[in-house]
Ligand binder design. Structure first.
Ligand code: ADP
Ligand code: MG
Length: 615
């Protein structure tokens, strides 16, 4: 007989290949068990990249002494018991194969103390029990894995250098820490602490502990709920982006995942906001009925499958869009010592240094060192009191500052060309453009910062809405009609909605072979923006299928406005700034946006004088 059922040890070694690929997979499985055990503190310690040894210690509920051997058997789990349970998985583990697999390819020492029971120790090597007996230990569980892959040389050869493997383990711990801000994670490699999170439950603080201030101080909160899908987390404001996707993390019901739909939705939401070729930064949490997501499609449960990909896409897209609108919430960074102005340079144009008002946080505070809650410690001694007094004023920046964990210490300086503008209508003066994004306007005793993109977008949107209501959206006929090639899906959506398009300032027609011909466009759009805008509208039409006419229309108008508005980081000429400011001034609605997002914010003269101790 040639076909035989493998003995369990061999079967486990093969299964280990699926679950246990490298030390980081061991770390992931063990940490997930600790999370499932309700731990509030988890320590991962490795030596030699985790190949020599890797231990995970938790303060979770532990294993009952009678369960400790069973836990090492294949398909032994306390987390599910019947097929139905697979449809609603709330724990990270459920297959009951991690411990069996790890135990088959290493030496595992598990010590655990279950509440009210005596501590116990079990040692397994190469799938065989070597020891089992009582042991003194604190509540919780410690699992030590030594000599990983000692009996599977092929796997061993496949491993990379120790420091590379250590890096993978760190990455794994990082993802888990971001998924669980309420758990304190510590990662130690070759005796050095590499990562520590406080477990205070605040995602922003967790990001700060892992990636530092530069990233954590440039994040805006995400919040969106639709169709039973809840999106939360943080995304970088438009000034924060990266050349790769390393600072993008997605979590479904607190499980770190990889999925193309969610990545695409995030990037679509940022389209046009950050430079081409750059990737957004985001930590996105998706909460969804577990029955609507299959986590059992990948050996490491990394990839997931959503029952309704469109709704997920739509929820993330709108969460991001909404957050980017709110990016306007002013955040004033850091600092106390503003340098003396530079001497004037010769020439017609005078260069001046503008120090952005910023507050300095004190030296590393005690709590910061321990990475527990952050404290705001201004060095301008009376600032705190001042902020309290000012709190009633509508300037939201004061609230923002207090909530910001540890603002930056460095002074941000920009140089711009001083303009000699005479005030246009009203009593205001345009000082210039800050960071190519904000227009600074002096008006009486106030300095107003206007976000050029938000303001412009808002103005265009209001105009489109008004036109639509009154008559029709102003459009321009194209001298030479433009042919746009679409994907088959896009094409069919466009064809189903030609009337809809035509009601919103477009004129499109079938051109055959998935091509459409565009004869007219809303006047706010330029020829260059035709294709991108069209494709975005089409994808919005796909997403907002369930919506009613006006809500759908609103989204489309919003897309058109967003597409055609000036962007952040666009240099504006003086006449352009003047025009925009004038329109903002003339439009009451602009400053009191219905979604509650500020288009502009005000810094008072008193506030500035306080900073310089003039008062
Ligand atoms: P799974 O996590 O899929 O259930 P594992 O092989 O990872 O399977 O673990 C088997 C069982 O051992 C778990 O179901 C759980 O009951 C128990 N267990 C493992 N690690 C821990 C831990 N750190 N604390 C408490 N129980 C644990
Ligand atoms: Mg497990």
């Amino acid at each position: 007989m040639l076909v035989k059922v493998l003995d369990s040890q061999l079967a486990n070694m093969i299964a280990a290949g699926e679950v246990v690929e490298r030390p980081s997979s061991v770390a992931k499985e063990l940490c997930e068990n600790s999370v499932d055990a309700g731990a509030s503190a988890i320590t991962v310690e490795i030596w030699g990249g985790g190949i020599k040894s890797l231990s995970v210690t938790d303060n979770g509920h532990g294993l009952h002494p009678e369960d400790m051997e069973t836990a090492f058997l294949r398909h032994a789990t306390s987390k599910i018991s019947k097929p139905d349970d697979l449809n609603a998985i709330l724990t990270l583990g459920f297959r009951g194969e991690a411990l069996a697999s790890i135990g088959a390819v290493s030496k595992v020492t598990m010590t655990s103390c279950f509440q009210g029971e005596e501590g116990k120790k079990v040692v397994v090597e190469g799938g065989k029990f070597l020891f089992s007996g009582s042991a003194g230990c604190p509540n919780g569980t410690r699992i030590m894995v030594e000599n990983l892959f000692y009996n599977t040389p092929a796997r061993m050869k496949f491993l990379k250098k120790d420091y590379t493997e250590a890096g993978y383990v760190e990455e794994t711990v990082r993802t888990l820490a971001l998924a669980h801000p309420e758990i304190s994670f510590r990662f130690v490699s070759d005796g050095k602490e590499k990562l520590f999170t406080s477990g205070d439950g605040n995602l922003k603080n967790t990001v700060y502990s892992i990636y530092g201030k530069e990233v954590s101080s440039a994040l805006v909160p995400l919040e969106y709920e639709d169709n039973g899908i809840k999106i939360s987390g943080l995304a970088g404001n438009i000034t924060l982006y990266r050349k790769n996707r390393k600072l993008q993390s997605f979590f479904v019901n607190n499980r770190g995942i990889v999925n193309r739909t969610v990545t695409a939705a995030l990037e679509e939401g940022f389209k046009g906001m950050i430079p081409i070729g750059c990737f957004p930064v985001a930590f996105i949490k998706i909460n969804i009925n577990p029955a609507l997501v299959d986590v059992n499609v990948h050996p490491a449960k990394l990839e997931v499958k959503f029952a309704d990909e469109n709704s997920i896409y739509s929820a993330i897209y709108w969460a991001v869009k909404g957050a980017l609108e709110n990016k306007l919430t002013p955040v004033i960074d850091a600092v106390a010592d503003v340098p003396a102005p530079e001497p004037e340079k010769p020439g017609v144009k005078t260069s001046v240094n503008v120090a952005v008002t910023s507050y300095e946080t004190a030296k590393e505070t005690e709590s910061e060192k321990n990475n527990t809650a952050f404290e705001y410690k201004p060095t301008v001694t009376d600032l705190e009191e001042f902020l309290k007094q000012q709190k009633d004023e509508s300037v939201s920046l004061f609230e923002t500052i207090e909530k910001e964990p540890a603002p930056m210490k460095k002074i941000e300086q920009i140089e711009f060309t001083q303009t000699t503008i005479t005030p246009t209508d009203g009593e205001y003066k345009i000082i210039g453009q800050l960071f190519d994004t904000y227009i600074l306007v002096q008006e009486g005793d106030n300095l107003t910062l206007i976000d050029q993109h938000a303001a412009h977008e808002r103005l265009i949107y209001e105009r489109l809405v008004k036109e639509k209501k009154e008559k029709e959206i102003a459009h321009q006929m194209l001298l030479v009609p433009e042919v746009v090639s679409l994907t088959p899906v896009e094409f069919s959506v466009a064809m189903e909605n030609t009337e809809f398009f035509n009601g919103l300032g477009w004129e499109i027609e079938e051109f055959g072979n998935n091509d459409i011909v565009v004869r007219a466009i809303p006047y706010v759009i330029t020829k260059e923006q035709i294709k991108d805008t069209l494709v975005e509208i089409i994808s919005n039409l796909q997403l907002g299928r369930s919506e009613t006419g006006t809500a759908k229309e609103d989204r489309i108008l919003y897309t058109i406005a967003c597409r055609s508005a000036v962007k952040g980081n666009d240099k504006l000429t003086l006449p352009e700034m003047e025009k925009l400011v004038r329109e903002v001034k003339n439009s009451e609605k602009t400053l009191t946006c219905p979604h509650g997002r500020p288009v502009s914010t005000v810094i008072t003269k008193t506030f500035i004088e306080k900073l310089f101790k003039r008062l």
